[in-house]
Design a protein around this ligand. Structure first.
Ligand code: NAP
Length: 286
């Protein structure tokens, strides 16, 4: 087995133990509100304690929904939000964080990320993150959509144990991070959070060659193809995945991946069915 049924692992070096599968929330505000809240809560019941949101999502409405979902159980949740690059000056980051905390109805974030690189110097954003950390408003911070060169620059400004994670695009048909970024992050003790782990709405169809491989492996475990995909993506010790699901039935399926471990032979089959392809010139992102 490559990934034992380890459902928790440290989020970055010295970081809190966090379940390998979490919950995304982009576009969750487009779903039926009560259903979306029920889905997030069902996920928490089933151990999907890492909830990812951002000030960008629905212009704050996603954070409000997440805030309602975690009300009364905040202490069990690993709550992550993100500052938009155009707000990521020092004062802008401090202000954006306050607004996120208010929408999320909480006094702290477990991790706060720069959504992607913009025009403000990283130094300013990181200074704001450190101020927020000293004030107890965030417990850790990280980045998103950073390639190796961006991280190398970031590491000249902050020690690697200060950068908890890099949240990046990673799914069966988009494995670019495996070339250099994933090994780099793993080597530095930076957690990799896989976003869009189902390729948004582009999961391999059941009748496709890759879909058949997933179905056969799933059948051998009494699992589903999506659970197999999540287990594959989180086979590396540094990786966490955050599928978004606004329906409780989807959340339940995703939580089932926490206890699924694939054999090396199965991982080999998935590797062949969804080849990683050549290294692209720039990091793919949505
Ligand atoms: P995703 O998680 O790959 O896919 C979401 C879609 O899959 C939704 O339509 C959802 O349906 C469906 N789904 C989920 N579980 C399912 C299941 N078990 N069976 C069938 N369908 C299922 O896409 P994503 O939302 O783009 O990515 C996940 C999260 O990553 C986001 O929500 C966000 O938090 C984060 N993200 C970050 C960035 C960044 O730049 N940092 C970019 C993109 C995403 P329902 O909703 O109807 O259940």
């Amino acid at each position: 087995m490559t990934r034992a049924t380890t459902t928790m692992r440290p989020f970055g070096s010295g970081g809190r133990e966090v379940p390998v599968i979490g919950q995304g929330s982009w576009n969750i505000e487009l779903a039926d509100r009560a259903g979306a809240i029920a889905a997030l809560r069902r996920g928490l019941d089933l151990g999907l304690l890492h909830i990812d949101t951002a000030e960008m999502y629905g212009s704050g409405r996603s954070e409000e929904i997440v805030g309602e979902a975690v009300a009364g159980r905040r202490d069990t949740v690993f709550l992550v939000s993100k500052v938009l690059p155009h707000n990521a000056s020092k004062s802008g980051t401090l202000r954006a964080c306050e607004q996120s905390l208010r929408r999320l109805r909480t006094d702290r974030l477990d991790c706060y990320l720069l959504h992607w690189r913009g025009s403000y110097p990283l130094e300013e954003t990181f200074e704001a993150f450190e101020t927020l950390k000293r004030d107890g408003k965030i417990l850790s911070w990280g980045v998103s959509n950073f390639d190796v060169e961006d991280l190398e620059e970031a590491l000249t400004l902050a020690p690697s144990d200060a950068i908890a994670c890099n949240q990046v695009l990673y799914h069966l048909r988009e494995r670019a991070i495996e070339h250099a970024l994933l090994p780099f992050c793993a080597g530095q003790g930076i957690a990799v959070t896989a976003y869009s782990p189902f390729g948004q709405d582009d999961f391999p169809a059941p009748g496709s060659p890759g879909g058949r491989v997933l179905a056969e492996i799933a059948q051998a475990h009494g699992a589903t193809p999506r659970q197999v995909a999540l287990a594959f993506l989180t086979r590396n010790d540094a990786v966490f995945a955050i599928p978004k699901a606004a329906r409780p039935v989807h959340v339940e399926e995703n939580a089932g991946a926490l206890s699924l471990a694939l054999t090396p032979a199965e991982i080999g089959r998935i590797n062949r069915a969804f080849p990683r392809g050549p290294k692209p010139r720039s990091l793919p992102m949505l």
